[in-house]
Design a protein around this ligand. Structure first.
Ligand code: F3S
Length: 389
């Protein structure tokens, strides 16, 4: 890979060992993927922030790095294993909180923004089309590439952090225009209400490692958020191409190698396979983190109803959305906990619950593995009905 004289100096350690380590990591990745050069990024988003997922080894890595390195571009952090203000009400133990606090301190010493969300684009960091990023959270990278038309690979936590420190990433993969062309066309029938997350779940399984083209995919921003998160969870791709009604853009179809029809009946079949039963001890909504419009819409439905059922309820969101709609938050709190900084997958729910119902296609993938839960899919509307009367 060609490095500029300044980059060579960083690599030689002339700017300190922290920047040197970060440069070594980014250059090694660039070499593996055949990148020709480094390119500047406008922001980074770092995953690997919950003590549950990174453990003691992760804390040591971050604490070592934080002694000698600082972010030089805007950078934020993925959800933690707890809500920093409401962790006791979640049933989190003191020992976990103490370890989690060390992770938070290390990231803050490196100058990362304390957003602790998978939706930085709802928290004031909304990239512009064509901007290069080093984002790690899979649901955020797919939203950035597909909806915002920014350019990022799905980084690992350490590589996103290294990019935040040197302000650059290696130019390969989705940073190159020629790699952003779709390779499979998926004709999706109209998606039944509430099943958008499952549409993403099934599209991801069909796509595998190929960018799909979805003609006529007409979704709201919140629906894109849920669709892309599920697609990225069941596939290795971090981007889809879609055309909406009246869209004049013509995607480059020259690399499409297969055309697949996805009838609504297949989504219904997927819903049935994830149906589980009605016995759950946690209802978890907000994967990816709920937007202000989602919080308001749930509050409108629940406003004149009363809590029902024995299950605990978590509404997971980001701090900005929480602060943006206090009235909605007040209503939701009558029915459960409104949590920031964390989610049902990266918090240690396995210590508290066994069966979790969610409206998220992504959660259906990770609740059984990371969360050791028996998962049940219900639409948001069905879950709101179940927790109220
Ligand atoms: Fe976000 Fe957690 Fe889901 S990080 S995308 S709410 S698994």
């Amino acid at each position: 890979m060609h490095l500029t004289p300044n980059e060579e100096r960083t690599l030689a350690g002339e700017e300190g060992s922290g920047r040197q380590k970060a440069m070594e990591l980014v250059v090694a990745i660039g070499d593996i993927y055949g990148a020709e050069r480094l390119i500047p990024i406008s922001s980074a988003q770092v995953s690997g922030a919950s003590f549950k997922t990174i453990g003691d080894a992760g804390i040591r890595f971050l604490e070592d790095f934080s002694k000698e390195a600082k972010a030089t571009v805007r950078a934020s952090v993925n959800p933690l294993g707890l809500d920093l203000r409401r962790w006791r009400s979640m049933g989190i133990e003191d020992g976990f909180k103490e370890k989690q606090s060390r992770i938070v301190s290390a990231y803050s010493a490196m100058g990362l923004e304390p957003l602790y969300t998978c939706t930085p684009y709802l928290s004031g960091n909304r990239p512009r089309p064509g901007q290069h990023l080093a984002w790690a959270e899979s649901s955020a990278t797919v939203f950035a590439n597909s909806v915002l038309r920014a350019m990022t690979n799905r980084e690992g936590g350490p590589s996103a952090l290294a990019s935040a420190i040197i302000g650059k990433t290696a130019e390969y993969g989705l940073h190159l225009k020629e790699n952003r062309a779709p390779r499979v066309r998926i004709d999706l029938e109209a998606v039944p209400p509430g099943l958008v997350p499952l549409a993403g779940y099934v599209v991801g399984k069909i796509a595998g490692n190929r960018i799909p083209y979805l003609p006529g995919l007409s979704l709201s921003q919140d629906e894109h958020k849920a669709f892309g998160a599920a697609m990225a969870a069941t596939s290795a791709v971090s981007m889809y191409v879609y055309s909406d009604r009246g869209d004049r853009r013509r995607p480059d179809m020259s690399r499409v190698e297969e055309r697949v029809s996805l009838p609504a009946s297949e989504l219904a079949g997927c819903r049935d396979s994830l149906k589980g039963d009605d016995s759950w001890d946690l209802v978890a909504i907000g994967c990816p983190h709920s937007s202000p419009s989602e919080l308001r819409s749930m509050a409108r439905f629940l406003k004149d109803r009363k809590p029902a059922g024995d299950a605990d309820v978590w509404f997971c969101t980001c701090r900005k959305a929480y602060a943006a709609c206090p009235d909605a938050v007040r209503v939701l709190k009558r029915f459960g906990k409104v949590l920031c900084d964390t989610c049902m997958v990266v918090s240690p729910i396995e210590r508290m619950y066994k069966r979790t119902a969610s409206d998220s296609g992504k959660a259906m993938v990770y609740l059984p593995t990371l969360g050791k839960q028996r998962p049940t899919f219900r639409t948001t509307g069905q879950l709101l009905e179940a927790i109220s009367r």
